[in-house]
Design a protein around this ligand. Structure first.
Ligand code: ADP
Ligand code: ADP
Length: 235
């Protein structure tokens, strides 16, 4: 503090107070975990990178964790596979166990960035009992844009980067190694959208009642969506 005081000699008193308050009370929305919420294809994974850069919180994507379990052929993966391929939600007990285990990691102690979790009220209630949620970022995109986004989604298996054949094309040097998810087809997307509207979208009101929901217009360019999110989190 003495060093701080001496380094501020000659600075306006109001500015000194602003600096002290900012250092003592970090931004409320960054204290605990942040939830990225929205329909499949809303841009949660795409925007996660910028939020991780801003907050240094690790990204926890239940979709990625489940896909890894499926590719390893673990018991959990085998149980989840049939639901994922059908576009239905994996049962709450499986997801809740997966998250409880992940939150034991040392890197989770300062909160994490949840991507695609929670997706039901039961999952949100369970989360509230084990972790503090400080903001829920709801990326809102109309259904008619979702199908085109999902069908054109491609992933780089080496870096995990997400591309789109039209909206965010990959550099030509890596285009040969891109993969398309098995469930990213038109008929499965329709089932996933129904699951979203029936089981997941009620969560928006649930979090809104707690004053945690931040609505973001997801129907604009990737960069503009990101700018809107960052400005909310930084305010
Ligand atoms: P998307 O990014 O398209 O929304 P995800 O990668 O998040 O898809 O999830 C892929 C699939 O994994 C979902 O369709 C669902 O079957 C399963 N899944 C992922 N997260 C959850 C969750 N929190 N609860 C239940 N099922 C989940
Ligand atoms: P989610 O994680 O919510 O399922 P993704 O981040 O994987 O969504 O994005 C789904 C697809 O839509 C990807 O191909 C991505 O490149 C593309 N995409 C993401 N955000 C936008 C945007 N704002 N405008 C157009 N396409 C987008």
């Amino acid at each position: 503090m003495a060093i701080l005081r001496s380094s501020m000699v000659g600075t306006k008193p109001t500015l000194v107070w602003v600096c002290l308050i900012t250092m003592t009370f970090p931004r409320r929305r960054m204290n605990g975990s942040i939830v990225l919420f929205g329909p499949p294809g809303a841009g949660k994974g795409t925007q996660a990178t910028r939020i991780v850069d801003l907050t240094s919180k690790p990204q926890v994507s239940t979709g990625d964790m489940l896909r890894q379990a499926v590719s390893l052929g673990s018991e959990l993966g085998l149980a989840a596979k049939v639901f994922m391929e059908a576009g239905e939600l994996v049962p709450d007990e499986v997801i809740i166990g997966l998250i409880a285990e992940r939150l034991k990691g040392n890197d989770a102690s300062g909160g994490v960035l949840f991507d695609g979790y929670p997706r039901t009220i039961a999952q949100a209630e369970e989360l509230a009992s084990i972790a503090e949620v400080s903001a829920v970022i709801s990326i809102e995109v109309p259904d008619q844009s979702i199908i085109e986004r999902i069908v054109g989604r491609r992933m780089d298996p080496e870096t995990g980067a997400i591309y789109h054949t039209k909206f965010n094309p990959a550099p030509e040097s890596i285009s040969g190694r891109l993969i398309q998810r098995k469930d990213d087809n038109e008929s499965t997307v329709r089932t996933r959208l129904s699951a979203y509207h029936e089981q997941t979208s009620p969560l928006a009101g649930w979090y809104e009642n707690q004053g945690l929901l931040i609505r973001i217009n997801g129907d604009q360019s990737i960069e503009d969506v990101g700018d809107e999110i960052i400005s909310h989190l930084s305010s």
